[in-house]
Design a protein around this ligand. Structure first.
Ligand code: F6R
Length: 611
């Protein structure tokens, strides 16, 4: 949550910072601001709302400099407003700070500073930082920042500039991500790599507890106690267009369309034709750990939690290991039973979700092995896990997760096959067959993308797009699909939606069913198909509006439903990957028909780096 960018060099800092902020807007977009340092001192422009508001303000009050910091905010402390927007300044307005994270002891710090006569301008936790830096400033910004940080508790990634030191940008990280970009006579800081990809591919990942001084021609890193640290510079291999919409109206639609290719990438080099084995070379987990594990505990949030549920079904069925799926936010506050032979598996797109990160830290402390399914290479969770399986989905910019979800379910299926081979819980024929089914998935996804007439028609039908509430029902392997469908719809169209196990319907939710309530029933051919049909008939008997997602060729189901969206025949355990496409498209087109801001839904941010 919140995106930060900083620049020091010879070019126009404002243009570079704005370009970076545009790429970080997915992290928050309720206000934005920039501070620059010139020979005339420090200047700062802020505006509420999206970046367009800041751009408008900059047209009225242009800034020109070669050193600056910028921020796009997702409010935690203090309402979204110009005053609460970052950068925050010290009292004489000579030191400016941008911050991503939460300062947990800001109440005490604020009270102490106020007792010393400091006047606060905002309601934010962040504002304590510039005032603390000012308190310790004796002509050396780097030293003052280090001292200020020693007083902070909580999570932060910060960028700091000071008018008295026009050749210095200071950055620090504890808990929230921050990368350093290395250019020719210029240096950058940013919350993630795509923000600076236009300018450099050479990056260093700042570690927790490190403070960095950046000059035009290099950088210097120390830990908080002043001990010098060495940071390797890596060259990243990311496609710059990955962070562009290209010809799509929204990132979400682009990312939905990327899924056939994304699944090919997730499988590439791992699941070969004609083999019953998968290669997970990058996972770095000893076979013994996997062979002897007594239980897998998955920790994740939101859509990644739904992918974990889908993974549980596949792993348990193929590898016969008990799998618990925990919300990371719950796991961290109960007293989970973990043993050295427990494998804890974080599933996360960003690799930065605060609750998931904390969950794996707790797991490591208890001696469990941690293997994670992560999309963002080099993210905190990837670096702190014993083993990682990257999903290879490429940058996901749309706030609503799409390609990350299907690539996570694919990666979990690969993991299930890997484990089943090791533990010899399924025959080579069975596992070879699953690999073939997996390799056929991209084509099936393409089929869904090529046959979207019904999804489009239904999305424009007022009975659906003006409905107040939806129910999504699925069972067995497709219960997670129902949960994910409901989440997609509510987050981007603001229509209330519930996902339920269809078998649970009679235990309560059926009371909601009326003719005004669309019920999306995932009824693909499966071991529970007949059960789903019975559930559909129960809904029809109560005049519910039934939209089924069924298998191509199943004409009989039309008799019981108002509308049917078809998907190709699919091996049941992998069907959640295929069902995801119509479920995502339905939410997308309904949201577009309701004129919602699909890529930046209200109140949300892509990367939830605070609790
Ligand atoms: C929903 C969505 C969120 C994320 C959740 C976890 O579309 O994107 O529910 O899935 O915030 O994020 P990651 O996967 O980055 O840990």
């Amino acid at each position: 949550m919140c995106g930060i960018v900083g620049y020091i060099g010879t070019r126009d800092a404002v243009e570079i910072i704005l370009s970076g902020l545009h790429r970080l807007e997915y992290r928050g977009y309720d206000s934005a601001g920039i501070a620059v340092v010139t020979s005339n001192g420090l200047d700062c422009v802020k505006a509420p709302g999206k970046l367009s508001g800041l751009e408008e303000a900059l047209r009225r009050h242009p800034l020109h400099a070669n050193l600056g910091i910028g921020h796009t905010r997702w409010a935690t402390h203090g309402a979204p407003s110009e005053t609460n927007a970052h950068p925050h300044l010290d009292a004489p307005m000579e030191i400016a700070v941008v911050h991503n994270g939460i300062i947990e002891n800001y109440h005490e710090l604020r009270a102490q500073l106020q007792a010393d006569g400091v006047e606060f301008r905002s309601q934010t936790d962040t504002e304590v930082i510039p005032h603390l830096v000012r308190r310790y400033y004796e002509g050396n910004l780097f030293a003052a920042v280090r001292r200020a940080l020693s007083k902070l508790e909580g999570a932060y990634a910060i960028g700091v500039v000071c008018s008295a030191e026009p050749n210095l940008l200071v950055a620090a990280r504890q808990g929230s991500p921050l990368i350093i970009g290395v250019g020719q006579d210029e240096m950058f800081i940013a919350s993630d790599v795509p923000a600076i990809l236009k300018y450099t591919r050479r990056v260093a990942y700042l570690e927790n507890g490190q403070v960095c001084a950046l000059h035009r021609d290099g950088f210097w890193v120390e830990d908080i106690d002043g001990v010098e640290q060495r940071l390797p510079i890596e060259t990243v291999d990311l496609d710059e267009t990955a962070a562009e919409k290209e010809n799509f109206p929204h990132f979400m639609l682009k990312e939905i369309y990327q899924q056939p290719e994304v699944i090919r990438n997730t499988l590439r080099g791992r699941a070969r034709e004609g083999s019953h084995e998968v290669r997970l070379d990058d996972m770095h987990l000893a076979a013994g750990d996997l062979l002897n594990c007594s239980k897998i505990v998955m920790v994740s949030c939101g859509t990644s939690w739904h992918a974990s549920l889908a993974g549980k079904y596949i792993i348990e069925s193929l590898a016969r290991v008990p799998v618990e799926v925990d919300l990371a936010s719950e796991f961290r506050y109960r007293n989970p039973i973990l043993r050295p032979d427990t494998i804890v598996m974080a599933v996360t797109q960003s690799g930065e979700t605060a609750d998931t990160l904390e969950a794996i830290r707790i797991a490591k402390k208890s001696g469990a092995r941690v293997v994670s399914i992560v999309n963002v290479v080099g993210s905190s969770i990837a670096r702190e896990s014993h083993g990682v399986l990257y999903t290879q989905a490429g940058p996901e910019i749309g706030v609503a997760s799409t390609k990350a979800y299907t690539s996570q379910v694919t990666a979990l299926s690969l993991f299930a096959i890997y484990l089943a081979n090791l533990r010899e819980t399924a025959t080579a024929d069975t596992l070879g067959g699953v690999i073939e089914h997996l390799r056929a998935i991209p084509e099936k996804l393409q089929w869904c993308l090529d046959h979207q007439d019904t999804v489009r028609k239904v999305s424009g039908d007022p009975r659906y797009c003006h409905a107040r509430s939806f129910l999504y029902l699925g069972r067995s392997y497709n219960l997670p699909s129902a949960l994910e469908g409901a989440l997609k719809l509510k987050e981007i169209s603001y229509i209330h939606a519930e996902g339920y196990g269809a078998g649970e319907m009679k235990h309560g939710p059926i009371a909601l069913v009326t003719g005004a309530m669309p019920v999306v029933c995932i009824a693909v051919r499966s071991a529970v198909y007949d059960k789903m049909l019975s559930n559909i008939q129960e809904i029809r008997a109560r005049e519910g509006l039934v939209l089924a997602i069924a298998t191509e060729g199943d004409e009989a189901i039309r008799r019981y439903c108002d509308d049917v969206i078809y998907v190709p025949e699919c091996y049941e355990p992998l069907s959640p990957i295929v069902v995801a496409i119509p479920v995502q498209l339905l939410a997308y087109y309904i949201a577009v028909n309701r004129h919602c801001d699909v890529d930046q839904p209200r109140n949300l941010a892509k990367s939830v780096t605070v609790e």
